[in-house]
Ligand binder design. Sequence first.
Ligand code: NDP
Length: 253
Amino acid sequence: MSHPLFDISGRTALVTGSSRGIGHALARGLAEAGCTVVLNGRDGDRLADAAAQLPGDRIHTAVFDVTDAAAVANGIAAVEERVGPLDILVNNAGIQLRAPLLEFADADWHRILDTNLTSAFLVGREAARRMTERGHGKIVNICSLQSEVVRPGIAPYAAAKGALKMLTKGMCADWGPYGVQVNGLGPGYIETELTRPLVADEEFSAWVRRRTPAGRWGRTEDLVGALLFLASPAADFVGGQILYVDGGMTSVL
Ligand code: NDP
């Protein structure tokens, strides 16, 4: 029998960027744990397909761009009206662009910061307005091992994810007193669409396996247990922490 501290059945959760990859796996985990789940992304057809792959009849979709403040405000209001009060928010939507910093275009810098950092502020603020009023809620921001360490060619992404780590702590400071607990989950190298070029690069792929104490790339399912913990009453007194799920990579030289 599962421990009641880990029981999140009956809660309502929104996962941003859940049409595929990590977000979709986390949404599946929440659905399997008995939550009503709202999937989010920018493409309605893609989201409908993603929803059809999940178990149960309590799967909903909300199409909005997490970088658009007005769309976020309308999107969260519509979700609460249509589905019900949000108990859990997972700020997962993110993109990666790799290029040497000297060649990094201004527009790409803004896209990276908007999608990986500002989105968590926009969606988090809208959700937290309601959660703080109700006196409870869980927010999990999907950070990265690159919230801690960086490699050449990925400085803007690491800057965004590093700042997301501090935003997580700041959200905890501001909203913790109102019963809203905020933490981060930091994946290591996980096989998804986002990392497809890296997986295809034999040399890089072998380097990831060598550098990871667990000796392999991560799978999206590897992240589910950590999310369910952070979203559960078991983590009620865990605040502002980043839980790295990276096969040990950020801990070793
Ligand atoms: P994917 O590229 O596979 O998926 C990204 C998701 O985000 C898609 O569902 C996409 O949906 C959505 N998305 C992108 N931009 C927006 C937007 N502006 N508004 C709404 N949705 C958006 O990436 P991953 O699953 O690999 O990554 C998920 C998160 O995990 C990201 O934050 C990433 O930085 C982080 N991460 C990933 C790691 C990895 O190794 N894969 C490692 C560490 C962190 P659509 O295009 O349909 O809108």
